[in-house]
Design a protein around this ligand. Structure first.
Ligand code: SAH
Ligand code: SF4
Ligand code: F3S
Length: 494
């Protein structure tokens, strides 16, 4: 039986018993075919823009999956969206302010579309939503809904409610949002590629004195192993070859195992390495204090665990590290790296650095430069300290001037760039496993990632996306490597 549910112009649709709209029947009834344009008019469109970390990328995908079940398809063009979601980041002042300038643009768009009789609903999600709540409604009249990172499973209900009144939902809920989120379809997973993020842990209990994350994401929560495994199997079944396990403090993972005991990240990696089809495992972001023996051993024992680790150190000065509440010294970090390198001699490292933390002297900054020289990083992220409202470091009186911060950042980034280029050049002549992700820049080329997350291009007519091949690196450009195919990858055995 077919029920006619809507006959407004541009929105002709028939609901089948399976809950889908039937276009064929519309065609039959009207006796003419529906143009591509009209067909796309039947579906509402959502545009999601994510700022900040991988957690936000993952959350944006979950929001899109959930809205797909509400009849929304994703668009990359904000101009044609019926629903605009800005998934925001509060980590530094610049990131938070970006949202308001974007909301100005969204407001203009909303007005233009309104003049053409089209409605645009606007949602602010993510960490700025959590931190600023109602203030966003006050500053940005175009916004209909403000929803925190732990509440976005309520989005369909909030969108309905907000027709009566603009709404804010930032209370930390008792229920687990993951239990309320629909699973992504195979098609959605495929469009996202062969490498996928999987959230295993959220929130942070570390309270580094510069950081807003414990306030915007709440306390540490680890998802149970069974749910992670279920999601991993589903991703692998749709062709995913590489999983990046994510969490604000991912190596503090302590989830409930199927037997009721608490599993560490090391143990979880062992289990995930057994998932058929999954050839590569990564995890981010880790804290040096939580690199336990089991996790270090996983780098030695599991070929699927990539020899690449993002391990933020922030500073090389013991005094600054102490005031930051990082709870380790520069030498403890150095010794930790030695232990991990012993387990995995091919290990490449990346890190985050903050320059100009309140009170940082020239000598203390030089200690950071020394740590960088001692350890050697393949890649890094570095930032000027940005005072965040409500965090202890923002209250410290002895703030460093912008000019000094800029000068230190430039020196630090020069050193890190020299190391990055040297690392890339060091791979020339090596044969590296490459996970093929997409066609390359030029015709007849494919592109993928090395174990060290380097982009690699190589000539190929025949290799499929998702294959792991061995490529001999012939040239290192500034942002990618060039190589030639030499055989199938050692990881293909997985
Ligand atoms: N959980 C991760 C990092 C999360 S935030 C960790 O523990 O390392 C990502 C990076 O942003 C941090 O590593 C830090 O380098 C930077 N960051 C955080 N707060 C900042 C601030 N107030 N100013 C400048 N950089 C900051
Ligand atoms: Fe922020 Fe520190 Fe927690 Fe990382 S460990 S999220 S830097 S408080
Ligand atoms: Fe930003 Fe929130 Fe991630 S503040 S870095 S989006 S956890």
């Amino acid at each position: 039986m077919t029920r006619r549910v809507c006959n407004r112009p541009k929105q002709l649709g028939f609901l089948e018993p399976n809950g889908r709209y039937s276009l064929a029947r519309i065609k039959g009834l009207k006796g003419r075919s529906i143009s591509k344009q009209k067909r796309s008019d039947l579906v509402k469109k959502v545009f999601v823009k994510s700022y900040g970390c991988q957690m936000n990328v993952y959350d944006a995908e979950r929001m899109a999956d959930m809205l797909a079940t509400e009849g929304y398809s994703e668009t990359k063009a904000m101009e044609e969206a019926d629903l605009v979601i800005l998934n925001t980041c509060h980590i530094r002042e610049k990131a938070a302010e970006k949202v308001y300038s974007e909301l100005g643009r969204v407001r203009e768009l909303k007005q233009e579309r309104q003049a053409q009789g089209q409605e645009t609903r606007v949602v602010v999600a993510g960490c700025v939503a959590q931190a600023e709540g109602k203030e966003i409604l006050r500053r940005a009249p175009a916004v209909d809904v403000v929803v925190g990172p732990q509440n976005y499973h309520n989005l369909p209900a909030l969108l309905k409610k907000s027709r009566a009144d603009r709404i804010v939902d930032t209370e930390f809920p008792v229920e687990d949002k993951f239990d309320h989120l629909p699973k992504p379809s195979k098609a959605a997973i495929r469009t996202r590629g062969v490498s996928a993020f999987l959230t295993i842990q959220e929130g942070c209990d570390k309270f580094c004195t510069f950081c807003v994350v414990p306030y915007t994401r709440g306390a540490e929560v680890s998802r149970p192993v069974a749910k992670i495994l279920d999601e991993a199997l589903r991703l692998a079944d749709a062709g995913v070859r590489e999983l990046t396990l994510i969490g604000q403090n991912v190596n503090a993972y302590h989830g409930e195992g199927p037997d009721g005991s608490v599993w560490s990240l090391g143990r979880l990696l062992h289990r995930l390495a057994e998932v058929p089809g999954i050839a590569r495992l990564r995890y981010t972001t880790s804290h040096p204090r939580d690199m336990d023996d089991e996790l270090i051993a996983a780098h030695r024992d599991l070929p699927a665990v990539m020899p690449y680790l993002h391990l933020p150190v922030q500073s090389g000065s013991d005094r600054i590290l102490d005031v930051m509440n990082r709870k380790h010294t520069g030498d403890e970090y150095r010794r930790l790296i030695e232990r991990i390198r012993k387990a995995q001699p091919n290990l490449a490292l990346s890190s985050d650095f903050i320059v100009g933390f309140p009170g940082e002297t020239d000598a203390e900054f030089e200690e950071t430069m020394r740590l960088i020289s001692d350890v050697g990083f393949a890649s890094s992220f570095s930032f000027k300290y940005s005072p965040r409202p409500g965090t202890p470091a923002a209250e410290i009186e002895n703030q460093v001037s912008e000019a000094v911060k800029a000068e230190r950042l430039a020196r630090l980034q020069t050193l890190l760039e020299v190391q990055r280029q040297a690392f890339n050049r060091g791979t020339v002549g090596q044969s590296l496993d490459v996970l093929v992700e997409k066609p390359g820049r030029h015709p007849g080329q494919m592109a993928g990632k090395s174990p060290y997350l380097q982009a690699v291009h190589f000539a190929s007519e025949s290799h499929a996306i998702g294959e792991i091949v061995t490529v001999r690196i012939t040239q290192a450009g500034s942002n990618s490597l060039l190589g030639e195919w030499v055989g199938s990858g050692s990881q293909e055995a997985a």
